[in-house]
Design a protein around this ligand. Structure first.
Ligand SMILES: [Zn+2]
Length: 446
């Protein structure tokens, strides 16, 4: 049995039903689960983890990423383009990747997320060049130690059939469905507290057929796994939907079985009031990616209206080709700032942004046992050092957490230390960076 006691946290944010915040608090963790919260709890043989001088929060949750893109940060040709132009600049580079690039890129992206306080991340891998497989990401993620929700993405409509991606990057639809089934059977763990859950994720309505969207939804429901895609990302996306499908993206999703509590869509920047009602009624989730939306000039997602209507909303850093970082605390800050720019200084509080980043994300990924620090919940916990110069002078540590990019001191996933004293436990960060840069030089020179 593993037994830890987080002790003397200056400030503990629980995100429980009454949103309790405690000072001088302890958390007992037994076998990956939170057993008890209180003050001056006896050690009782537990391994102590001192948290005086620290803010303790639930681990942050990332609901949208393309980890393969971590090797294509800040690519010059893709820096100033809208979504479709940005994709066309990057497709040829991604086409040169293979299993090694996918593995290293995944490790790099998840390591970066872990250091920014993230305990659970999804991934959306939608291209498989040079024999790359989703198995490569899954294998790489295990070395970092985060709770992982990889999705089997796909593209099937290439340029020659009116789609956006080059023909070399698209796959046969029957093969996509066969591989989806294989991956679910091989890896998906439906149990409470699972470290790995597989989802299905055709890339977007403009890169797969209506049939693949529908068949993926049927397969996901047969297998009891979640569905994910990009939806209503910008004006080009809406125009494509109206021109090719004769309806708005929300209607298209509904027609094909892509609404419900087991579905979450990335971006949704351009959802209108009717579509927001549809999402709220059906329990369809949204992965809000504010930095990526700004970087690609897509617009400001109507998160205030979504939350007020009851749409489940989580945060996503999106791929590092459109962010260019993967820092969830920054993402929460950006979410808060964008709603304030749109609707005024009281449109979103720091606490609401942190709620979206933790509890919100866990809800969107269908993990009610995560995102909360309460007895019976999984021990996914971020410990933030507030004793240094950067935090000195702070009155409210929760609001301060969202003041800029942050690094955790310690990160627990299922009660295990993934980051300790600011250092990753499972990986050598220096070697990983060196390896990533070597692969980037190869991609540049190829
Ligand atoms: Zn994306």
């Amino acid at each position: 049995m593993t037994h830890k006691l987080v002790r003397n946290a200056d400030h503990l944010v629980t995100m429980d039903e009454t949103r309790r915040e405690l000072t001088g608090a302890d958390i007992r963790i037994m076998d990956g689960v939170i057993a008890e919260i209180g003050h001056a709890l006896p050690l009782d043989g537990a391994e102590p983890l001192e948290a005086s001088g620290c803010l303790v929060t639930p681990g942050l949750v990332n609901t949208h990423h393309h980890l393969f893109q971590t090797l294509t940060r800040a690519v010059p040709a893709a820096q100033d383009a809208l979504l479709f132009g940005w994709l066309k600049a990057l497709y040829p580079i991604w086409a040169r990747m293979g299993p090694e690039e996918i593995r290293v890129s995944t490790q790099l992206g998840l390591a970066e997320l872990a250091l920014s306080g993230c305990t659970m991340s999804s991934d959306h891998l939608y291209l498989y060049p040079n024999d790359a497989r989703l198995d490569d990401s899954i294998e790489a993620a295990r070395t970092v130690g985060l709770r992982f929700h990889p999705t089997r993405g796909s593209m099937s409509i290439g340029e020659s059939k009116g789609g956006l991606p080059p023909d070399a990057l698209v796959e046969d639809e029957a093969a996509i469905l066969r591989d989806s089934e294989r991956l679910i059977d091989a890896y998906n763990d439906p149990a409470e507290g699972a470290m790995l859950r597989v989802g299905l994720a055709p890339c977007s309505p403009f890169s797969v057929s209506r049939e693949l969207m529908r068949d993926s939804a049927i397969l996901a429901r047969e297998k009891g796994v979640r569905l994910h895609t990009h939806l209503a990302e910008n004006d080009e996306d809406i125009a494509y939907s109206l021109e090719n499908f004769g309806c708005r993206p929300g209607d298209y999703a509904e027609q094909l079985g892509w609404t419900g509590e087991d579905v979450w869509h990335a971006h949704c920047v351009k959802l209108d009031g009717r579509e927001i009602d549809l999402f709220a009624r059906s329990g369809t989730g949204v992965a809000h990616c504010p930095c990526s939306n700004c970087r690609l000039g897509s617009g400001i997602a109507p998160v205030r209206a979504m939350r007020d209507a009851g749409v489940p909303v989580g945060l996503g850093v999106d791929g590092s080709a459109s962010n260019d970082a993967g820092d969830l605390a920054s993402e929460a800050r950006q979410a808060m700032l964008l709603q304030r720019v749109s609707f005024g200084a009281d449109a979103m509080s720091a606490r609401e942004a942190l709620e979206i980043a933790t509890l919100g994300g866990a809800t969107v990924l269908g993990r009610p046992e995560c995102g909360v620090i309460a007895p019976g919940k999984r021990a996914d916990i971020a410990i933030w050092d507030m004793s240094g110069l950067d935090a000195a002078g702070t009155w409210d540590p929760v609001a301060f957490l969202l003041a800029g990019p942050r690094r955790v001191r310690d990160l627990l996933v299922e009660g295990r230390l993934v980051v300790s004293g600011g250092i990753l436990r499972g990986l050598d960060a220096g070697m990983l960076a060196e390896c990533a840069n070597r692969l980037v030089r190869r991609l540049v020179n190829d």
